[in-house]
Design a protein around this ligand. Structure first.
Ligand SMILES: [Zn+2]
Length: 139
């Protein structure tokens, strides 16, 4: 009887260890161990945004821009991948994105940037809890 209890407790101990071994692997599969933000910067990290002056967003293409849809907006740019963000809000003041456009320009921009193709959307929520915007850091 005593021997059966010992064997049973050994089996239970083994099962406990085995089940603990399964938990981390399962968590990785579910993406729990992954960062919660979308890694949108090709650097593999967050976009490292710095101030690049002001800009204007036009509705049409560069050869036929049409009216400005957002004039004198705030421009920041990722120093790692050169993604430009032109936003209605100032990231160093209110921190609210507002209406915006992004542009993969592929090189540094300066002082004043013209962006074509219209707005890409608007965002007034909490950047820290948003999967897309939490992938940006402003410096
Ligand atoms: Zn980037």
């Amino acid at each position: 009887m005593l021997k059966t209890k010992k064997v049973l407790s050994l089996v239970l101990a083994f099962l406990l260890i085995a089940s603990f071994g399964v938990v981390p692997a399962h968590a990785e599969e579910e993406g729990i161990a992954q960062p919660f933000y979308i890694v949108s910067c090709p650097s593999g990290s967050k976009h490292y945004m710095v101030a690049r002056g002001r800009g204007t967003i036009y509705a049409g293409p560069a050869n036929n821009p049409g009216p400005a849809v957002l004039s004198n907006c705030f421009v920041t740019q990722c120093t790692r991948c050169h993604l430009v963000l032109a936003s209605e809000g100032n990231m160093y003041d209110s921190g609210i994105i507002g209406r915006y456009a992004t542009w993969n320009v592929g090189m540094p921009v300066n002082l004043f940037t013209f962006i074509y193709g219209g707005l890409h959307g608007s965002f007034y929520g909490n950047k820290a809890t948003d999967p897309y915007w939490s992938g940006f850091e402003w410096h």
